[in-house]
Design a protein around this ligand. Structure first.
Ligand code: UDP
Length: 341
């Protein structure tokens, strides 16, 4: 990616020492919020990890705790660098592909980079994975469902997309294309793939800088700044703790029957953004005002939001016995604890 500050950062793949029995996994976007939690969890179970991250939205601080681990190998580069990716994929047993444009604000501010990394990046990962027949997890998103209102979202539901003139849908369509491409590789080339649609994943290390609502609310509340709700605040989301997300991703990759399938990965406890703001204010004991501001003021003209988003997680439950271990209060508390530290 062409993002911030690549010059001067270390490059190059560090030679691997062979471990007995454990997997070697490549995590694209492994210095990001979800990727760094995934890296920690895989290291804990004994895997050897390659991380590639261009530090566009990822941060070295996210992996500071594990950077000394001799089973972690960090490459600071873009996934569009084919020769590096070829080497990393060749050396890995499987790939967790998480590198992507992150956050509504980023998507609105960087439409070219968003499309490039989501489309070309995933195409590169799948093509090279197919060269060496390495299993791939594709991190997709609940955004691909678009503007559904009627019911909880199931994997086979239609998608409801807005006009091409509104930038947000470019992100949704690019991730949809990733899913089509992954399924095409599975069907036509017999490449083992698993697709997970992540719903509003939150937790420690997530920053509010790219628009994400919960870290933004918590930081505002702790600093006694206004908590800004966009629109009327009646829109809903269903938040999932990153530990639950990462657990589900790993178990899906270990589950042979998940190959060639798409799974919602989420927590089906739905909350309005107004109620979320109120809860954050109460749980932090903050004096912050809750302010409503129009979408145009937050994201510029032509922004379109999803009014409701809640996953049906029956398929995930059936596949791996998934049940979220954090409820909404637990999720909010973990973010408060993180920012208090
Ligand atoms: N939102 C908000 N205030 C903020 C940031 C976000 O009211 O400071 C709203 C946003 O408009 C959306 C919801 O919170 O309706 C979730 O936003 P986020 O960007 O976290 O996730 P996404 O829209 O991708 O689900």
């Amino acid at each position: 990616m062409t993002g911030a500050g690549r010059a001067g950062l270390q490059r190059g793949v560090i030679a691997l020492t062979q471990q007995n029995g454990n997997k070697k996994a490549l995590i694209t976007g492994g210095a990001g919020f979800i990727g760094s939690h995934l890296a920690e969890r895989l290291l804990k179970r004994g895997d050897e990890i390659f991380v590639i991250d261009n530090l566009w939205t990822g941060k070295l601080a996210n992996i500071a705790k594990i950077q000394g681990n001799e089973r972690l190998h960090l490459v600071v580069d873009t996934i569009l660098n084919e020769s590096i990716m070829n080497e990393l994929i060749f050396k890995s047993d499987c790939i967790y592909h998480l590198a992507a444009a992150v956050g509504v604000r980023n998507v609105m501010d960087h439409p070219v980079e968003t499309l490039e990394i989501n489309v070309k990046g995933t195409e590169t990962v799948l093509r090279l994975a197919n060269r060496f027949k390495k299993k791939v997890f594709i991190a997709s998103t609940s955004e691909i469902y678009g503007k559904h209102l009627e019911h909880d979202l199931s994997e086979d539901d239609n998608r409801v997309m807005g006009t091409v003139k509104k930038r947000r849908w470019a992100y949704a369509c690019s991730k949809t294309l990733d899913e089509f491409l992954a399924l095409a590789y599975f069907d036509e080339k017999k490449l083992p793939v698993v697709i997970g649609r992540l719903f509003n994943t939150v937790g420690p290390r997530q920053t509010g800088r790219y628009g994400m609502v919960l870290p933004g609310f918590v930081q505002s509340a702790l600093l006694a700044k206004p908590i800004t709700v966009y629109g009327d605040g009646n829109q809903t989301r269903s938040f999932m703790h990153v530990d639950d997300a990462v657990g589900a991703i790993i178990r899906l990759m270990d589950e042979p029957s998940a190959e060639g399938e798409i799974y919602n990965i989420g927590n089906n406890q739905e909350v309005s953004i107004n109620d979320l703001a109120q809860k954050v204010k109460e749980m932090t004991g903050s004096n912050s005002e809750i302010e409503h501001i129009p979408y145009e003021k937050a994201y510029g003209p032509g922004f379109e939001d999803m009014e409701r988003r809640c996953p049906n997680i029956d398929k995930l439950r059936a596949a791996i016995g998934f049940a979220p271990s954090y409820d909404l209060d637990g999720i909010i508390q973990s973010v408060i604890d993180y920012y208090k530290e």
